[in-house]
Design a protein around this ligand. Structure first.
Ligand code: GTP
Length: 555
């Protein structure tokens, strides 16, 4: 492989585990001249851990029986690189061409260090910059969170958008032809895929068409036994295309749903290999031709998918050894470079370590910001910008009315569990679940009174503040007391004042004191419920409410 020098003592954590017990560093596998793309260490004692603090940034320690294994945290390097981009946006009001320039440079650097190919990085940066600047402002979402969301969406697109499912033949056995260079994990993938398909309820057969390495046939036979799937083989004297053809015939006679054909791997792409694959492909007309590539080879993997597709025509790729990939270049480049989707990823040596490739989950893992993303998505979903602007105007001009109040409560309901949402707001994690439950109950209580108000009363709460008759009617229609209606009206005026204060604080970039807000909501709810003890306890609050109403009457 050009540009690759293997100083390998071992290529896998399993081999690392097999190493001697006492040394601090047992095995190191370097690919690529300058990068530590693959490194598996095992230590019986702590020196490796001490060493792990700086040179192994983004690497993960795992405790295993009998020692510690230090492994690359998947895409850890990239995640760390991107973090510096968000940090540069702290304190800005809105994303502009100017203020995103530096964060975009960080993102570009992080992607290049992750071994994503340059043209892909260029297109990515261009698209993110364009979208970030053109994105509507969402109230409550900070510019750095907004950029995280734009980058996430672009990463998902870059990796193919949707999950790309396996295609099954409409009739007869589905044939999956696996190709790939030597040592990428093809044989292991055969067994992993068979086990995956078995769990889906499909019957499988493995076909051993790697005739150049007798050990490959043995390995497949052993793995077949392990996963409980028959293996069709004819030794090493028959042509691979003939073995594949006979295997398919056998599968048909046994009414097997899927056959997986294991082919020979070569050290590099050569004509003989391609011709043989073409021949096998012609012989069995596969539904899926999947190229197995090693994630640790970075953008080379993407290049390979491209050249195999040009030569033989493939339907997708399987990315193995993602568990050892701290960079992510292959996962990010394959679709964009080759136009072919990654269908599965191998994330370990065990049979069950194969799963479909979900671009959205992968992007979230890269960014490591699941909470921020779901918060932004929910805020986007329920709060169109016009609504937000209108609301803000109303709040600032003290015109917040019962309709807005209802809209807000409904919005909160739409956002799903109030408590989950609150947990996502920085600074709100001190609010207890009991407080949240009370706030939710309070919202329902108030809603029942608002529902029986006339449109005019909702629009102009002053009407209710000024007319006892109106308050009496609302109380009667909602089954509440006149006093409770009075408290609700007073509460709305207090809320106006409080929201104005909050908006002022937000515009001044101070974060509002959410705890105080929750405390007062709780107090108001209890006052509204109107028990004797609570009445005494929250006497001051009720006095304030009455004052607010009186003040209003005087106007
Ligand atoms: N960590 C890790 N190791 C893997 C993964 N997939 C395969 N391996 C290991 O990679 C090594 C090579 O796997 P094989 O399945 O023998 O590779 P192959 O492509 O069939 O090799 P040839 O038959 O020589 O072409 C084995 O030690 C596997 O356990 C993976 O997803 N993660």
């Amino acid at each position: 492989m050009e540009g690759t020098r293997t100083l390998a003592l071992s290529s896998s954590p399993a081999a690392a585990r097999r190493g001697p017990e006492k040394a601090a560093v047992y095995s190191v596998h370097f690919r690529h001249l300058s990068t530590t793309s693959s490194l598996h260490l095992r230590a019986a004692q702590s020196p490796v851990l001490r060493a792990s603090s700086s040179p192994f940034q983004g690497w993960r320690r795992r405790r295993r029986a009998g020692g510690l294994v230090v492994r690359a945290e998947m895409f850890g390097q990239l995640t760390t690189g991107l973090e510096s981009a968000w940090n540069k946006l702290r304190g800005v009001d809105v994303l502009t061409k100017e203020n995103i320039a530096e964060p975009m440079r960080d993102i570009r650097r992080a992607l290049l260090e992750a071994d994503v190919s340059l043209p892909v990085v260029r297109r990515f940066i261009e698209s993110v910059s364009e979208k970030a600047v053109g994105t509507d402002v969402i109230r409550g979402v900070s510019p750095d969170q907004q950029l995280v969301k734009v980058v996430n969406d672009e990463l998902v697109q870059l990796m193919g958008g949707e999950v790309s499912d396996l295609v099954f033949a409409k009739s007869g056995p589905t044939v999956i032809l696996l190709a790939g260079l030597q040592g990428v994990g093809k044989t292991t993938v055969c067994a992993k895929l068979a086990s995956y398909l078995k769990k889906m309820g499909k019957s499988c057969m493995l076909v051993a068409a790697d005739v150049y390495r007798p050990a490959a046939i043995d390995q497949l036979t052993i793995l077949g036994k392990k996963v409980g799937v028959p293996v069709y083989s004819e030794g090493t004297d028959t042509k691979p295309s003939q073995i594949a053809k006979n295997g398919l015939k056998e599968a048909k006679s046994q009414k097997t749903d899927v056959i997986i054909v294991d082919t020979a791997g070569r050290l590099q792409v050569d004509k003989a290999m391609m011709n043989e694959l073409k021949e096998v492909k012609r012989a069995v007309n596969p539904t899926e031709v999947l190229l197995v590539v090693d994630a640790m080879t970075g953008q080379e993997a993407a290049g390979l998918v491209s050249s195999f597709n040009d030569e033989i025509g493939i339907t997708g790729a399987i990315l193995t050894k993602l568990d050892g990939d701290s960079r992510g270049g292959a996962a990010l480049s394959v679709k964009e470079v080759s136009g072919k989707p990654i269908k599965f990823v191998g994330q370990g040596e065990r049979i069950e370590d194969l799963e479909p490739f979900y671009p959205d989950r992968m992007a979230q893992r890269i960014l490591g910001m699941g909470d921020v993303l779901s918060f932004v998505e929910k805020a986007q979903e329920v709060m169109r910008q016009e609504d937000a602007e209108e609301l803000q105007k109303k709040i600032l001009s003290a015109k917040f009315n019962f309709n807005d109040f209802l809209k807000q409560t409904q919005m909160i309901a739409k956002m799903g569990s109030f408590s989950r949402l609150i947990g996502m707001i920085p600074g709100m994690n001190k609010v207890t679940p009991a407080q949240i439950r009370e706030a939710e109950k309070n919202l329902k209580f108030m809603e029942s009174m608002i529902n029986v108000m006339t449109p005019e009363e909702r629009e102009r709460p002053e009407l209710l503040a000024e007319s006892r008759e109106r308050r009496k009617r609302v109380a009667k229609d909602s089954g509440k007391t006149e006093q409770q209606v009075g408290q609700l009206v007073a509460q709305l005026f207090q809320m106006r004042a409080r929201m104005q204060k909050m908006m002022g604080a937000m515009q001044g970039k101070d974060s509002p004191d959410m705890n105080e807000l929750m405390e007062s909501m709780k107090a108001e709810e209890q006052a509204a419920a109107g028990t004797g003890g609570r009445r005494r306890k929250y006497g001051n609050l009720r006095q304030r409410q009455l004052d607010a109403m009186r003040g209003f009457r005087r106007r």
